[in-house]
Design a protein around this ligand. Structure first.
Ligand code: NDP
Length: 255
């Protein structure tokens, strides 16, 4: 049986762990050649080996996407290697929570750098190739999926700057969708509720116990594969159908 993404080339940012790693595995399983972008080269190399072992095609592109020059070079490396880009999954992200009053402003800068500027740099560099793929690629359609969050739909105290980055991502996604959808580049946002990954591990112990542990104890969190399911669905629709927004929640997570 033909695989759904045979002949396509996909970039997944933040592919060294969590949702990005699950998505890279999934897209490769469906026949895409997958370029894995993140900073931890050892993790990327291990995932490339795993995908190859399963007879998939993958390529590690170690890169800090907060550096515009490096982000652009990473995208060019993918094109040099695979010749095209059909699918871009903007997944790399950072969540540092805590009060705005008295915050460590450096933590804000880190979130803005990854969640906003990294998103913009990679998207800007990839768009010309996505437009080309939509115009004369085998599928005549290309895809951008931006991994936002429930925090892009709802704001909570202690999540202020993370909320800012994810609400911003949602606005950017819809604006870009309107700009390029008639050229058959589908642009959509996927907003997960709570997922078991390393995302929370970058917070200090006090923030985790005060803010997140009671929050996460309320429900059974999703697995990264649950999000990969949604991404796979979004990028495998027929050419005439575009999923602009998908909100995936643990069943027992209310808010
Ligand atoms: P992880 O912490 O497991 O993954 C984050 C990924 O981002 C890692 O692969 C990390 O790789 C990469 N990354 C971080 N900084 C950079 C950088 N400067 N350059 C390149 N890559 C970078 O968490 P998740 O899998 O949970 O997060 C994936 C996305 O899902 C994020 O955008 C997050 O906001 C979103 N999300 C997650 C939810 C959850 O409950 N887990 C809920 C809602 C949304 P490396 O460190 O190797 O660079």
């Amino acid at each position: 049986m033909a695989l759904k993404l045979t002949g396509t080339v996909a970039i997944v940012t933040g592919a060294s762990s969590g949702i990005g790693a699950a998505t890279a595995r999934r897209l490769a399983r469906e026949g895409a050649s997958v370029a894995l972008i993140a900073r931890r080269k050892d993790r990327l190399d291990a995932l490339v080996a795993e995908i190859k072992e399963a007879e998939g095609t993958a390529f590690a592109v170690p890169c800090d996407i907060t550096d515009q020059t490096r982000a652009k070079a990473a995208v060019q490396t993918v094109v040099d290697r695979f010749g095209r880009i059909d699918i871009l999954i903007n997944n790399a992200g950072l969540m540092l929570i805590g009060p705005i009053v008295g915050a460590d402003v450096d933590e804000w800068e880190q979130m803005l750098a990854v969640n906003v500027r990294g998103l913009l740099y990679v998207t800007h560099a990839a768009l010309p190739y996505l437009l080309t793929a939509a115009a004369d690629g085998p599928r005549n359609v290309a895809d951008v999926v931006n991994i936002s969050s429930l925090a892009g739909r709802k704001a909570w105290a202690q999540f202020g700057v993370y909320n800012l980055t994810k609400f911003g991502m949602n606005g950017f996604t819809e604006s870009l969708r309107q700009e390029v959808t008639r050229r058959h580049v589908r642009v959509g946002v996927l907003e997960p509720g709570a997922v078991v990954t390393e995302l929370i591990s970058h917070n200090n112990e006090q923030m985790l116990s005060e803010i997140l542990e009671p929050f996460n104890a309320l429900h059974q969190r999703l697995d990264a594969d649950d999000i990969a399911d949604g991404i796979e669905f979004m990028v495998t629709r027929p050419r005439h159908a575009s999923i602009a927004e998908m909100w995936v929640m643990p069943t027992d997570q209310v808010a």
